[in-house]
Structures are given as C-alpha cells and as structure tokens.
Write a protein that binds this ligand. Sequence first.
Ligand code: PAF
Length: 283
Amino acid sequence: MIINKIVKLKRILNDAVSKNKTIGLVPTMGFLHEGHLSLIRKAKKENELIVVSIFVNPTQFGPEEDFGTYPRNIKSDTKLAIEAGADIIFNPSVNEMYPEDSSTWVNVEGDITTILCGVSRPTHFKGVTTVVNMLFNIVEPNKAYFGQKDAQQVAVLTKMTKDLHLNVELVICPIIREVDGVALSSRNTYLNKDERKQASILYKSLQMALDAFRNGQNSVDELETLIKNQISTMHLAEIDYVNIRSFPSLNKIKDVKGRALAAVAVKFGKTRLIDNVILEKKK
Ligand code: PAF
C-alpha cells in the first residue's frame, strides 16, 4: 500500500499500535538496491508492521548537488520493497513534509557534523536529522533501520537519538557490496565504465588498512597514508578525504586502540562515492 499523506499514515499506524503491533521503519530516498532491501528484510524479521519511506529529501542536498537529477523510480521501488517485506510505502510530496511555512530544524552541533562529509556538505546533516526526526514523529517506530555505508549519518543519528531522548532503537546493518567490493549506492548509476572499474579501489584500500591494523599497525597517520597511496594508483580518483576516527563518537585519534572508523570519500568524475570499514581486531 502506498500512502502519500501524513494524516492517513498516522490513522493506519494508530490502529496498528492499538492492536499492539510493533513498527519497523526503513527510511530511504528510493531507487532501492540490495542494500536497502537487506534493511527491509531485517526489519521484517524483527517487527510486525514495516513502513518504508521513500522521500528524496531536498534539505540534505547542497545548492550545487544532485537533488534534481537524483535517480527516482517509485514504481519499481514499490514492487521491490513489498517483495522484501514492506507493508506500507510512505511516499510524501516535498510540500507534505515541508509546508511553505515550515521553518524548524533539528541540528546536531559540533565536530560530528562538520568533519568528514560535513566539510564539503556543510548543510547536509541538518537536512538529514530534520527529516529523520519528522519521520520518527510521524511513524513512531519501535525500531529504525540504517546502513553502515553512511557511517557518519549513523554516528549523527545515534547522537541525535540519545541527545533528544528519542524513543526508538536504531538498528545498523552491514554494507552490501558488489563482487568487486564496491559498496551499493544509488549514485553508482552515475559512474561510466572506467570510473566504475576504478571505484573498486576504495574497498581494496580499506581492506589493506584493516589487514595492516590486524598485523599490528596502529598509527592513524600510517594507516591513512596507506589508504591514500592505494587510492592514488587510480588516475580517475580524486580524494575528498581519508580519515580514521573513533566510532561512533568520531573523535580525532592518534592510534587505533579500540574500534575505529576508516572512512573515505572520493570523486570519480562528477560522482562522489563514500565507503568505510570498522577497524577492529578479529573476534
Ligand atoms: O540515507 C538516506 O537515504 C537518507 O539520508 C535518509 C536517512 C533516508 C534521510 O533522507
């Protein structure tokens, strides 16, 4: 069932809650791939009613970014989401989510939103936290599902949920990759053949850093240099950042001691890709 209106969605969800049904929310911007579907399948296992939101959120795109051209296909998304276990597809218009007089923002302040992707996308996380908060308020899910691919988003939403004492459990699901290691992303469709081929260097370089770490290399400088050198072997790759930080607090560290996030953002032509691994010893 596709629902476009907040009032209608709330009516159906109130009815479900009155029957003691648990609600799982999978927020997406559509153009669904296996990564999204893995979130929906997990949500299906853990909840009785699954809401998948499909909303290309304008406020998380910068003025020069791809909001207008972001890939959209609601028909095939609906089919895929329902096959994966969605009960309700929430597909509101921009005006439904942001009526003309809307002027309230949710913003997580501090380094966590200004480092890494926050450097080149200074308003991005404010758009994400605002819309995710709206979705939490509209759907009131017991659990909400996000992919580890957007690791900084995970860190920011974890902090927002804690800071605002929100009554929802965030479930973070592993990155789904192509056979050559490229992380699934709706933006991969922008890559031409050569760019797509070279993009596999991101995961390869991150894996090399993970191996080096597991073999005793703790120095953040050394590990970052290793990743940068590997990515630079691809002539189409233009590094935005390579950064190792504590996770999920994203604090600056000199040596990797506990768990840390190794994150990269690299442009291939006009397409900016992100990827990451968690640096941790084998269990
Ligand atoms: O990860 C995404 O697709 C988006 O940032 C989200 C969480 C759906 C908010 O628009």
